[in-house]
Write a protein that binds this ligand. Structure first.
Ligand SMILES: [Zn+2]
Length: 346
């Protein structure tokens, strides 16, 4: 067993047996976790009803296609009033619902299709021992690029009164790197300073930023919103400018299927202009507003000159929508290019 442990599999799996057949490898695995949470009542349970086997194509192993045979437990929900009697443990991080391959194999096929297209990609998958047809490769690619699952994001600037907020629809396929851009343009920041997202103890940002201790910061360009969405609701903190310390509550909910071809992200609503850059964080901002409103304040003239035509009650929507369109078009460009490639190759 000690040798089997060195197999590089998702952490949540335990290897039971490896069967090397002539032309493929079967890896029998179980789940490390022995409890689950009922999807209806959210109550944990450890009472197993039965097991069923799920076959998932996985990354090739020793030059042979590999299949994971996962023994998946079905649980009893033990809550008296819950309408659900039993449920199956979801294979989070291993595959998607009704998936027939592991997420990591799907990722590999996606990158091959993205780089080489259908026909050359299919030949490459044969060489790599995870063969898949050109048509399937292209279909998988398109379904991922056209993924229009979206959620409604609420962005609130912490400690402001009246609250400075924005609401925007975002696709869950956005990376946190792009989400940072979306927040910058919808709030009206100028993207001059460092930033990061925090979810629990985990921080996400640019990998080459300075490290301030704690858990290492994960690469925001490699983390997608959907990777973090375990339910249809997600709350994170977005901090911009570690000097002024602008903290934002970022809340996404109402995750749903968007219409294909719609160019999200999309601005919905908001209130109040965001503070000018470098005004000294929340205390500096309110001090500035005070002296601006009071002609007798010793700082009044200086502040008025600094703010010029800044209007705290106004969101400048035109440049905001334009900037969001640019982000949406960048995403659409990939799709358009793919559609063209497909047409020219068929
Ligand atoms: Zn239940």
């Amino acid at each position: 067993m000690s040798r089997l442990r060195s197999l590089d599999l998702p952490r949540s799996l335990v290897v039971r047996r490896v069967v090397a057949l002539d032309n493929r490898v079967e890896i029998e695995v179980g789940l490390r976790k022995r409890s689950a949470v009922c999807p209806d009542c959210q109550c944990p349970t450890q009472r197993i009803h039965s097991f069923y086997q799920r076959k998932l194509a996985d990354l090739p192993w020793q030059g042979r296609p590999a299949t994971l045979i996962v023994s998946v437990p079905r649980f009893f929900c033990q809550t008296m009033l819950c309408p659900r009697r039993t449920f199956v443990m979801p294979l989070e991080g291993i595959t998607v619902r009704h998936g027939r391959q592991t997420t990591r194999l799907a990722d590999l096929h996606y990158y091959i299709a993205h780089t080489l297209g259908g026909s050359a990609g299919a030949r490459m998958t044969v060489r790599l021992c995870c063969p898949i047809s050109a048509d399937t490769l292209v279909r998988r690619l398109l379904s991922r690029v056209q993924n229009t699952t979206k959620g409604t994001a609420l962005i609130e600037l912490t400690d402001t009164a009246p609250l400075i907020w924005r609401e925007v629809d975002v696709p869950t396929s956005l990376t946190l790197r792009t989400l940072h851009e979306v927040i910058q343009v919808t709030m009206g920041w100028l993207d001059y300073h460092l930033w990061e997202f925090t979810l629990g103890d985990q921080r996400y940002g640019l990998p080459d930023n300075e490290d301030w201790g704690g858990l290492p910061r994960r690469n925001a360009a490699k983390t997608r919103l959907r990777d973090l969405l375990t339910t249809s609701r997600l709350e994170m903190v977005y901090e911009y400018d570690f000097g002024d310390g602008w903290r934002h509550r970022f809340l996404i909910n109402n995750v749903r299927q968007g219409k294909a071809g719609e160019g999200y992200p999309k601005y919905i609503a908001g209130q109040y202009a965001c503070p000018p850059e470098d005004c000294g964080g929340i205390p500096g901002f309110y001090h500035m507003l005070e002296s601006w409103a009071d002609p007798d304040h010793p700082d009044h003239d200086e502040v008025s000159a600094y703010l010029e035509d800044w209007n705290p009650n106004e969101i400048n929507e035109l440049p905001l929508r334009n900037a969001l369109n640019r982000i949406a078009n960048k995403r659409n460009a990939v799709r358009t290019r793919l559609n063209k490639t497909m047409k020219s190759s068929s």
